[in-house]
Design a protein around this ligand. Structure first.
Ligand SMILES: *Cc1c(COP(=O)(O)O)cnc(C)c1O
Length: 361
């Protein structure tokens, strides 16, 4: 495993080394079955034990209420933008969206294909530097649900409270902070997350649905877009991403072996605190997000002298750090500190930053 860099990429993102090693072991021979990880039937007892294990670990680590449904689907969070709405909303019905970044914009766009989906708050004018507080918006009286994005991957903002939904159901895109921050699953009707930031590789999407959501699912939907079809087959209606589910199970195993959700929250908070401390230490850095909306998962900043940003990226790469280029909508630098990112990487980044400042200030 030598030659691995400090990986701050926004996704697909760094995995714990022990997970990468477990995958490497399973590739030629999965759990002694004689079948390789990418070469085994999803209908085999061996693979069924992987799916069962993954579902149980998700339930344990995230404290999923017993009557909620857990699914492993494909199509990414991007398919869930549409699939949630297709299942829940009827033509003409209203759904409210808190538009806090690029992914929330995309979720709203897909929902509007199905019903009367509207932004009840939109941070675009303010450069998406913050998330709203509860008095910044009003849920529409007839809205069926409120959709929000807990962590805004591109802009580096995040809710640090459960957003008010006026007593209406909440639907959450938790793609970039799931299993890394506190989460009250029971306060939501649907939670979805692409795995490739915090839970594993791309190509598998975790979806958690309440009994209310399952009961509301429309009938006569195309099978692949129907939550009830996937639920009735235990996520094995068609060939799932077997590889991705195995990796996800290993990530949840790693989480369980390292203090569960509480341990994960503490590690992520510690990493983010260190980096924000460095950003606040000197005017050389210009953090993007407003203080009370700062993300612990994606830390975004500019250099006060923007001409130095390209040099920063070049020199950090030469020093063994990758994935630091900010999303084009913000520019500058973004360090993604997802669950799999070790504290060591953050310590190395800060040492590099201090050295860079000393040489270029
Ligand atoms: C990455 C991301 C997505 C898109 O996920 P895909 O799996 O590529 O569809 C959606 N929402 C958020 C918050 C993300 O960070």
């Amino acid at each position: 495993m030598s030659g691995r860099i400090h990986n701050f990429g926004a996704g697909p993102a760094v995995l714990p080394l022990s997970v990468v090693e477990a995958v490497s072991d399973a590739l030629p021979n999965l759990m002694g079955s004689g079948f390789g990880l990418c070469e085994i039937s999803h209908r085999s007892a061996t693979f069924q034990s992987v799916v069962d294990s993954a579902m149980e670990r998700v339930r344990r680590v995230l404290s999923v209420p017993a009557d909620y449904t857990v699914l492993f689907l494909q199509g990414g969070a991007s398919l869930q933008f549409y699939m949630t709405t297709l299942n829940i909303l009827r033509e003409g019905e209203e759904a409210d969206y808190l538009v806090t970044g690029g992914w929330a914009q995309k979720a709203l766009k897909e929902a509007a294909r199905v019903g009367d989906a509207s932004a009840i708050w939109d941070g675009a004018e303010n450069g998406f530097k913050s998330v709203p507080s509860d008095d910044d918006y009003t849920v529409r009286e007839n809205a069926v649900y409120t959709h929000y994005t807990s962590n805004n991957t591109l802009y580096g903002t995040q809710y640090h409270h459960l957003p008010d939904s006026g007593g209406k159901p909440r639907i959450l895109d938790a793609s970039s902070d799931i299993a890394g921050v506190p989460l009250d699953v029971g306060a939501h009707e649907i939670i979805y997350a692409g795995a490739q930031k915090n839970l594993g590789p791309s190509g598998v999407t975790l979806v958690i649905l309440s009994p209310w959501a399952m009961a509301r699912c429309g009938d006569n939907l195309p099978s692949m877009l129907d939550y009830n079809v996937h639920a009735s087959k235990g996520s094995l209606f068609n060939t799932p991403n077997t590889f991705g589910i195995f990796v996800l199970d290993q990530v949840f195993k790693w989480l369980e072996d390292n203090g569960g959700l509480e341990g994960s929250i503490a590690r992520n908070q510690a990493k983010a605190n260190l980096l924000y401390q460095e950003l606040d230490r000197s005017d050389f850095w210009a953090p993007h997000a407003e203080m009370n909306s700062r993300s612990v998962m994606n830390v975004t900043w500019r250099l006060a002298n923007q001409d130095l940003e390209a040099v920063f990226l070049e020199e950090s790469a030469a020093a063994g750090m990758g994935g630091l280029k900010g999303h084009r909508s913000v520019g500058g630098i973004r360090a993604s500190l997802y669950n799999g990112c070790p504290l060591d990487s953050v310590v190395a980044l800060i040492a590099f930053m201090q050295d860079f400042e000393a040489r270029h200030a």
